[in-house]
Design a binder for this molecule. Structure first.
Ligand code: HEM
Length: 371
């Protein structure tokens, strides 16, 4: 058999015409494959928002901070467990919802923004990212913010907003004209920004509610599915005493207060699932669902320990929102796949970079309460 036959898989004795036909079919497949990669890389559409461009823009806006997450750069690792109470079983077949099931959880509390050494500020968006480790290698990763809606609806708007909100070096604040133009082009973001501004900002991480913002779908054992959003709502019984006193004006005040509160005892949040109804937007994280939708408390998250970011802790986890166990599925929200791709890009870049200690690692003692 000739080399040509090896490459085409054509049997010996095939006619010239048939061979040409086969070669052009292979060419078409190759062109299609290369085209898909070129499309994914953004080469065929210069204006396209790609994961690399999004992460480039984070770097352009925040400056280079090798080794750190390109967003939510300042953070602290946490650990604990989730206890299912059985109420979620009728909604989702995910194992952690079974009554009495205890699932180990690793996570990270952080502040939004790409500045790993920024001073803590009350109004900065706080985040909680969690990885639930289920049996048989299944995982649930979820990232949450302490705001009731997300400021943008699409990846393109996210990309535009990054630049519009970039602080002007002269004033330290975003250029008002640029912001105005952004909101004029994205009226849904103006409405969301008003809701975010109107929220009650609590004293710290321990008494914050963290929302999924994006919609997902729960899939039950009988195959039925329903749209959901979820939130981790602080348990009043575990709310920190004197949290306001604990907070100071120090650079790492919010993180230090949380570490001190965890040292006093575990902190608990209820996982409250909101059930969407037909017509509730699942593809638009800027819009809240109507008030008084049915909610179900499906279990309790207990955080028991905080550790500085370092190798083998949360630093090296990518809290990709599309890592889901059977029983939880993505919705049609375009932010979900954009997040997944951008987090992978950020993770790949930071994984290959030399690490400097996190600001929070410098001052935070380790509290390793047993799980
Ligand atoms: C297109 C929209 C979004 C983009 C491009 C984006 C981008 C990013 C990037 C690049 C990171 C750093 C990831 C890493 O290096 O591990 C990050 C972290 C994070 N994002 Fe987003 N994000 C988006 C929307 C959202 C939404 C809707 C939420 C909802 C709650 C969210 C919550 C978080 C959280 C909690 C973290 C921190 C995770 C951690 O502590 O590791 N993001 N985001």
């Amino acid at each position: 058999m000739t080399l040509l036959h090896d490459l085409t898989g054509a049997p010996p004795g095939m006619t010239g015409g048939a061979l040409l036909l086969r070669l052009s079919a292979i060419g078409a497949v190759l062109a299609g494959t290369v085209g898909t990669f070129a499309y994914a890389g953004g080469w065929l559409a210069p204006g396209l928002v790609t994961p690399a461009r999004v992460v480039d823009r984070f770097e352009a806006v925040n400056g280079p901070h090798p080794g750190f997450r390109r967003n939510h750069a300042k953070g602290l690792c946490v650990a604990g467990r989730f206890s299912g109470n059985g109420a979620g079983v009728r909604l989702s077949k995910a194992g952690m919802f079974a009554a009495g099931r205890v699932t180990p959880v690793e996570g990270r509390v952080a502040l939004a923004g790409g500045q790993p050494y920024a001073a803590d500020a009350e109004a900065t968006v706080r985040s909680l990212a969690l990885r639930f480790q289920l049996p048989d290698g299944e995982e649930w990763r979820t990232g949450l913010n302490n705001i009731p809606v997300f400021p943008v609806r699409t990846p393109e708007a996210f990309y535009a907003q990054l630049l519009a909100a970039k602080p002007d070096p002269a004033t330290g604040k975003p250029d008002p004209e640029r912001l105005k133009a952004f909101f004029a082009a994205h009226p849904e973001s103006a409405t969301a920004a008003a809701l975010i501004k109107a929220r009650t900002v609590t004293a710290g991480f321990a008494d914050s509610t963290f929302w999924s913002l994006n919609a997902f779908r729960f899939v039950a054992a009988d195959g039925s599915t329903r749209p959901v959003r979820w939130a981790f709502v602080p348990d009043p019984a575990s709310a920190p005493k004197g949290a306001a006193d604990a907070a100071t004006t120090d650079r790492d005040a919010l993180f230090d207060a949380f570490v001190a509160q965890l040292a006093q005892g575990p902190r608990r949040w209820h996982l409250v699932v909101t059930l969407g109804q037909s017509g509730d937007p699942t593809d638009d994280a800027t819009r809240p669902w109507p008030a008084h939708r049915e909610t179900v408390d499906v279990g309790t998250l207990t955080l028991t320990a905080a550790m500085p970011e370092a190798a083998s802790t949360c630093r090296d986890i990518n809290f990709d929102p599309l890592v889901l166990p059977a029983g939880i599925a993505p919705s049609d929200d375009p932010l979900l796949s954009a997040r997944s791709a951008a987090y992978a890009q950020s993770f790949t870049r930071r994984a290959g970079e030399t690490k400097t200690p996190s600001a929070v690692a410098a001052g935070a003692p380790i509290h390793g309460a047993a799980l």
